[in-house]
Design a protein around this ligand. Structure first.
Ligand code: SAH
Length: 274
């Protein structure tokens, strides 16, 4: 190990030692980030190294669980991955029961626990039950996945806002007003939109977005299985189907997506002059 690396690890260890203790009977709701274990927060590492029980979702990169104490028990409570999905009430009931047994309970969720992950519902239930809890933020996939792919969430020449939205309800009447989002002219980043990609992209075009608006599908962003497909709003659904890409995926729509190609072209021309 180099001296520089050793120095960094010593300082990191000091940060971890200074972290608040994980008390028995408490629940920590922790964001696991988008996938790559190196994108975990130090606080998440501390929580993984201290917890008695880890109640986790279907993580995009399961290597994160390698950081758990060897004595920790792992409980799957995710909603994907071919296993039966746990009802939300069962999950919160389980968290409360484990805390009352005096366990240090780590509720590990992908990305940031308060972005489309039902973390809000879970802490409300914990608070109502009188269980002490703490929330540890994580990098949300809708922003970190974009950055990792060379797509700035904001860039002054293109946008003044970015919309983070869920595509979960598709174009159902109780879902989002896609025309209203299109009318803002601001880039849209979609979570959970893979299953309804065709109707959502069509609704955005009906709402006034040009079919040639740049659009990207980022599957398993930041992991070794990452797949990035850049297309246009009008062609995205067909291109994703043709490529056989599958969720979990983030969809980015708007001029910010074109920056990725611009960066690649600049890098290539620099390379050529070297
Ligand atoms: N709390 C999470 C989002 C939970 S909803 C967060 O902040 O990121 C689950 C959705 O997140 C998935 O359907 C997918 O749209 C997105 N997602 C999470 N991790 C992802 C990744 N590594 N790559 C692409 N999409 C991801």
């Amino acid at each position: 190990m180099t001296t520089d690396r050793r120095h960094a690890l010593t300082v990191l260890a000091e940060f971890l030692d200074g972290a608040p203790p994980f008390e028995p009977g408490h629940v920590w709701l922790v964001g696991a980030g988008p996938g790559d274990p190196r994108l975990l927060t130090l606080e998440a590492v501390h929580a993984l190294a201290s917890a008695d029980v880890i109640v986790h979702d279907a993580l995009v990169d399961p290597r994160i669980l390698d950081l758990a104490r060897r004595e920790a028990s792992l409980e799957y409570a995710g909603k994907r991955g071919g296993k039966p999905s746990a009802a939300q009430a069962d999950i919160t009931g389980r968290l409360v029961a484990l805390a009352r047994e005096g366990k240090r309970v780590l509720r590990l969720k992908g990305g940031d626990p308060f972005v489309f992950g039902r973390g809000g519902e879970e802490v409300l239930a914990l608070a109502a039950a009188g269980v002490p809890f703490r929330v540890v933020p994580g990098l949300t996939s809708g922003l970190s996945g974009l950055a990792g792919a060379g797509i700035p969430a904001t860039i002054r020449t293109v946008n003044q806002a970015v919309i983070l939205a869920t595509g979960h309800a598709g174009t159902a009447p109780d879902g989002l007003d896609w025309a209203a989002l299109a009318a803002t002219g601001q880039p849209i980043v979609l979570y959970m939109a893979a299953a309804s990609l065709a109707p959502i992209t069509a609704a955005l075009i009906d709402g006034g977005l040009a079919p040639d608006t740049p659009a990207a599908f980022l599957a398993r962003a930041t992991t070794p299985d990452e797949a990035i497909l850049v297309s246009t709003l009008g062609n995205l659904a067909a291109a994703v189907a043709e490529a056989g890409l599958e969720p979990p995926a983030i969809v980015a729509i708007g001029g910010i997506v074109a920056v990725r190609a611009e960066l690649a072209a600049l890098a290539a021309s620099l390379e050529a002059t070297r």
